[in-house]
Design a protein around this ligand. Structure first.
Ligand SMILES: CC(C)(COP(=O)(O)OP(=O)(O)OC[C@H]1O[C@@H](n2cnc3c(N)ncnc32)[C@H](O)[C@@H]1OP(=O)(O)O)[C@@H](O)C(=O)NCCC(=O)NCCS
Length: 208
C-alpha cells in the first residue's frame, strides 16, 4: 500500500522524523518526568542520536511493519512528541500504538488529537482489525487518552514488567475496527483534513 502519512489535524502535523528534529526529540526524551512511567529513558544525547539514526534508516524502507511519526505542533513548527503504530500480529491484522509528548504540552488534548488520527488511518486506510495499547496503571494521563479514544480496558497484568528497578503492572486497552467505525470516534472533518488520503480500508498484508 501507499504511505498513509503525513497526516494533518487541526493543530498537528504527523510526519516522518528528520535529522534536524534531534534537539526537539532530546528535549522530551531526556526529561525524567516524561519517561518516569515508560519502558525507556531518560535518554543521554548519544541515545537520542542513535535512536534518530535508527529511525531515519528505517524510514528508507517501505512498506514496513512499524511506523513512528513525529508530532509537529503546526503553530511552532517544532516536534513536541512522537507516536508509533506497530503491526505486531500480521495474521490477525493487529497493531499497538505508543506515544510520548513533551511536558510543556501536556493536558491540551494533543495526544487524543494525534492518536485519533492514527486510529482512523489504522482502521480506514490500512484496514487493521484491532489496535491495542498498554501503560503503567499509575499513568492516568496515558490511559485517559485511550479511554477518550473509546478503547476498552481488557487486562490488568500484575507485576509483568521489570523496569527501572521494580516490577510494574500493565493495563491493556484495545479497540476493534467495527467499534471505531460504529461509534464515530474518529472526530470531525476539520481534525483530519489535509494530507490524509481518503482510501478505503484494505487488507494490510504483511506491512503497513
Ligand atoms: C500520556 C500523554 C501522552 C498524554 O498526552 P496529553 O496530550 O497530555 O493528553 P490529553 O491532553 O489528550 O489528555 C488526556 C488526559 O490526560 C490527563 N492528563 C494530562 N496530563 C496529565 C498529568 N500530568 N497528570 C494527570 N493527568 C493528566 C488529561 O487531564 C486528560 O484526562 P481528563 O480528560 O480525564 O482530564 C502525556 O502525558 C505524556 O507524554 N506523558 C509521558 C509519556 C507517557 O507516559 N507516554 C505514554 C506511555 S504508555
Amino acid at each position: 500500500m501507499n504511505r498513509w502519512f503525513p497526516i494533518e489535524t487541526k493543530r498537528l502535523l504527523l510526519r516522518e522524523f528528520r535529522a534536524d528534529d534531534e534537539q526537539d526529540i532530546h528535549a522530551y526524551a531526556s526529561d525524567p518526568e516524561v519517561v518516569r512511567l515508560m519502558i525507556w529513558g531518560p535518554n543521554t544525547p548519544e541515545t537520542t542520536k542513535a535512536f534518530l539514526a535508527g529511525v531515519l534508516k528505517e524510514q528508507e524502507r517501505w512498506p514496513r511493519p512499524a511506523v513512528g511519526l513525529a508530532i509537529e505542533l503546526k503553530k511552532e513548527r517544532r516536534v513536541i512528541g512522537g507516536i508509533d503504530l506497530r503491526v505486531k500480529d500480521e495474521k490477525n491484522r493487529a497493531a499497538d500504538v505508543g506515544y510520548v509528548l513533551a511536558r510543556a504540552h501536556w493536558g491540551r488534548g494533543y495526544m487524543v488529537e494525534a492518536a485519533r488520527a492514527i486510529l482512523d488511518a489504522a482502521f480506514r486506510q490500512i484496514g487493521l482489525h484491532r489496535v491495542w495499547a498498554t501503560c503503567d496503571p499509575r499513568n492516568r494521563a496515558s490511559y485517559r487518552v485511550m479511554e477518550k479514544l473509546g478503547m476498552r480496558r481488557e487486562a490488568h497484568f500484575r507485576k509483568d514488567v521489570m523496569e527501572k528497578g521494580e516490577w510494574r503492572d500493565t493495563y491493556l486497552y484495545a479497540i476493534l475496527a467495527e467499534e471505531w467505525l460504529r461509534t464515530g470516534r474518529s472526530g470531525s472533518e476539520d481534525e483530519t483534513k489535509g494530507h490524509q488520503r481518503d482510501r478505503r480500508a484494505r487488507d494490510s498484508g504483511s506491512h503497513i
